[in-house]
Ligand binder design. Structure first.
Ligand SMILES: Cc1ncc(COP(=O)(O)O)c(C=O)c1O
Length: 371
């Protein structure tokens, strides 16, 4: 697909009716994940033969859309999720945004959508964060969740790549995503449903993958579980990932095992960062096929001492229970500090500027306020 970069930076047309200070404070007090939106959004439009144009930061508003817009019928869409963190001095930072830009470009290629360049991705984020600087929380564990997305807006019922495409970014103040409590999150292992097939769209971040995960997610809820874990579609044997997070296992000898990026798993940026931090500690990290039976037997025998989910939204969340139609296994909490606790602290210390950033992952987008 032809790629034409958005070269100009985004023009800002301020929201003339932003939330009042009081409305904003109330909205930010205890936001439900992804339910509160800031005053602005970034937006650009692509037309075949013309490329990207009209890049702007405007008031957040509903999108007038033709009922024939291709995305509504064929889900030609790709998206991202990343967070902006406020440091103690008031400055605002992104964590590895160029990795999200690269993954969005890869997802766009898979979905036959025009790519958004890294430069334009960054310009949209920086423009939006600057316009909504007061919406970046300063409370511990909170952040501004950014949702870049690209979709086919062309009114057309033909099954073909759209000639008109929109790129948008919205922003939402967020707190914690999953509540792990003291016992960890209960997980339902889906037997009847798969998330992705070889050659399908599993490694793209695209709407249809999530639509397909909702029924199994509902099944998980009906069994008292918070999240669903999928097995591979080909052999129905190997664990792949959760509906919206990657999985990591810790063995009794301190080594780490996680499913390899097989083409049907989303290459999580949190996953990659955590594996890097764990390798920095000198741990042995294996990325390979990981059978469900290896996990169940490992938990049973004590060979596997921890399981955790990782992703931008959930950060690092311990798994407390694995259940399905034919098993129900409790993952005991480790005594003292777990690997999940330690790596969560290392990662969040880095993200919130409380620790050094040896890998140069943080990118400053707003300076500390003067005075
Ligand atoms: C299916 C899936 N797997 C894994 C992840 C974790 O990816 P990341 O760490 O980049 O947020 C996500 C979240 O984006 C996801 O939706």
């Amino acid at each position: 697909m032809e790629t034409q970069a958005l070269t100009a930076s985004f023009t800002v047309i301020p929201n003339r009716h932003p939330a009042s200070d009081e409305e904003r404070w109330l909205a930010m007090e205890n936001p439900v994940f992804g339910k509160v939106f800031t005053d602005h959004m970034a937006r650009a439009t692509w037309r075949d033969g013309e490329g990207w144009a009209d890049h702007r930061i405007v008031a957040l508003a509903p999108l007038p859309m033709h009922p024939g817009a291709a995305v509504l019928h064929y889900a030609q869409q790709a998206f991202e999720g990343l967070k902006a963190y406020r440091h103690e001095d008031g400055s605002v930072w992104l964590f590895r945004p160029e990795a999200n830009a690269a993954r969005l470009a890869a997802s766009c290629r898979r979905m036959a959508l025009p790519e958004v360049s890294e430069q334009d991705f960054m310009a949209a984020l920086e423009g939006l964060i600057a316009a909504d600087r007061n919406w970046v929380p300063g409370t511990p564990g909170a952040s501004l969740y950014l949702r870049p997305f690209v979709f086919a807006s062309e009114p057309s019922l033909l099954v073909q790549p759209a000639h008109e495409v929109e790129f948008l970014v919205t922003a939402s103040p967020v707190g914690a995503y999953l509540s792990a409590g003291d016992t960890g999150v209960p997980i339902w292992v889906s037997r009847g449903y798969h998330r992705a097939n070889p050659g399908g769209t599993g490694e793209a971040k695209t709407a249809g993958n999530y639509a397909a995960s909702m029924l199994p997610q509902q099944e998980a809820k009906e069994h008292g579980c918070q999240q669903v874990l999928f097995l591979d579609a080909k052999e129905d044997t190997y664990v792949e990932e959760f509906g919206g997070m990657n999985l990591v296992a810790v063995r009794a000898d301190g080594s780490i095992v996680t499913p390899r990026l097989s083409g049907t798993i989303l290459p999580g940026i949190t996953r990659d960062s955590i594996l890097t931090l764990l390798r920095d500690e000198g741990r042995n990290v294996e990325e390979r096929d990981l059978a469900l039976t290896e996990i169940l037997e490992g938990v049973e025998s004590g060979e596997i001492v921890e399981l955790f989910a990782c992703g931008t939204a959930a950060v690092v969340t311990p798994v407390g229970r694995l259940a399905s139609e034919d098993f129900d296994v409790t993952v005991p909490r480790v005594e003292g500090e777990s690997v999940a606790d330690a790596v969560l602290a290392r990662l969040t210390d880095l993200q919130y500027g409380r620790a050094e950033d040896p890998h140069g992952w943080m990118r400053k987008v707003l300076d500390a306020p003067e005075g």
